[in-house]
Design a protein around this ligand. Structure first.
Ligand code: FAD
Ligand code: DHB
Length: 391
């Protein structure tokens, strides 16, 4: 088989890249190890920044988002006895949208299916070859156990943090930066109306908690836990009690309403950046090149920003033989990646406790300043609501 761009991974980065490339007249094939059903059901991110919404709107993918998504003006920051609203629209003129990654994926798959995009699901043994030549290719084993080869002008490594793309770059070419955090997030999905109109990020001596949502009838909540936590060892009552305590149930009459828990998982937290995001004819995008801790909801948004830069760069290279944008892709993408890496680290550091009393005093001082100073609030708002793609 031959195509112009071979895309490894049918996550948000790979799917949106295939869509943006097609709009520029570039053909692609999307390869994926998992099944179509597995990819569609995976519960992950839930918050879209304004630039992500702008990109989805620009390519006509915002229909269901506008109908079923929830537009939020800002967030609440809270600590014991205090809750403050940060209004991003007032502060920086931009809002954010609650719309699950599952929904974004569904919209993208539907749009690609409608125009006959070629997907190859349930492949194994994906291997990348001749990346430093003009004729790179992939080999893999298809669902029926047959060995296949896909030749392309370029390969897009959109295969997440554990995929083969980054590992195919010879050692010594790139550099990695990493930070592990001594805690994890215990996330639940519950069939209950959210107890808040906008997200609550809560600092508490017992650990961080976040009240998010997926719709007017589904809540998504997170608790800071030790990284080795087995989610099966917590009873539903224990989860709701911890959430109620940390989120300030009873504070100024506010109440957290519990409901049936339909999904639970523990997510490890780390910061990771690999650079450069290109090697020869291989271009990395999304989690394949960088991971952020979830505080601040940047993972999905960064994947979208990467491919918004990558698609026109590949189109110029393939359609016109103009390599300038492809040559500067890594540098331009990394500028934004590092900004979001810093923001995610900063939000994580401000909100998660780790038993150090001095740090706890610094965190409360920082929360007070961010919540009460116009400059402090605007800095958080600008980063959270999302910097322009071209930042
Ligand atoms: P992915 O979505 O990981 O997609 C990569 C795809 O490549 C996958 O479908 C994978 O199956 C496929 N693949 C892997 N190997 C191969 C191979 N060899 N051949 C072919 N295909 C392959 N972000 C937030 O902002 N908020 C959150 O609450 C949040 N929760 C998360 C929870 C979990 C459990 C995880 C893992 C991530 C979470 N994230 C969250 C991060 C966010 O989901 C990611 O940043 C986002 O999915 C990145 O998109 P991507 O397309 O780059 O990678
Ligand atoms: C969600 C996840 C986040 O990491 C975050 O900061 C906000 C919302 C979510 O899954 O809804």
């Amino acid at each position: 088989m031959r195509t112009q761009v071979a895309i490894i991974g049918a996550g948000p980065a790979g799917l949106l890249l295939s869509h943006l490339l097609a709009a520029d007249g570039v053909e692609s094939v999307v390869l994926e190890t998992r099944s179509r059903e597995y990819v569609a059901a995976r519960i992950r991110a839930g918050l879209l920044e304004s630039s992500t919404v702008d990109i989805l709107a620009a390519c006509g993918l915002d229909g269901r988002l506008r109908e079923q998504g929830l537009e939020h003006r800002g967030i609440y920051l809270q600590w014991p006895e205090e809750r403050h609203h940060l209004d991003f629209v007032d502060l920086v003129g931009r809002s954010v949208w609650v719309y699950g990654q599952t929904e974004v994926t569904r919209d993208l798959v539907a749009a690609r299916d409608a125009v006959g995009q070629q997907f190859v699901y349930e492949i194994s043994d994906t291997a990348l070859h001749d990346l430093d030549s003009d004729r790179p290719y992939l080999t893999y084993v298809d669902v029926d156990g047959r060995e296949q080869r896909l030749d392309a002008d370029a390969i897009a490594g959109c295969d997440g943090s554990f995929g083969p793309s980054r590992k195919a770059i010879p050692s010594g070419v790139g550099q990695t930066w990493e930070r592990a955090y001594p805690f994890a997030w215990f996330g639940i999905l519950a069939d209950v109306a959210p107890s808040t109109d906008e997200l609550i990020y809560a600092w508490h001596p017992d650990g961080f908690a976040l009240h998010s949502m997926r719709s007017e009838s589904v809540s998504r909540l997170y608790l800071q836990v030790p990284p080795d936590t087995d989610p099966a060892t917590w009873s539903d009552d224990q989860i709701w009690e911890a959430l109620a305590r940390r989120l300030g149930h009873g504070q100024n009459g506010w109440q957290l309403h519990p409901g049936p828990i339909t999904d639970r998982s523990v997510l490890p937290m780390r910061s990771y950046v690999y650079e450069p995001m290109r090697y020869g004819r291989l271009f990395l995008a999304g989690d394949a090149a960088h991971i952020v801790p979830p505080t601040g909801a940047k993972g999905l948004n960064l994947a979208v920003a990467d491919v918004a830069l990558l698609a026109p760069a590949l189109a110029a290279m393939i359609n016109k033989g103009d390599h300038a944008a492809a040559d500067s892709y890594s540098e331009r993408a990394l500028r934004r990646v590092w900004r979001c890496t810093h923001f995610s680290w900063w939000m994580t550091t401000m909100l998660h406790t780790h038993g150090d009393d001095f740090d706890a005093q610094l965190q409360k001082s920082q929360l007070q300043w961010v919540s009460s100073s116009a400059a402090g609030s605007a800095g958080l708002a600008e980063n959270y609501a999302g910097l322009p793609i071209s930042y």
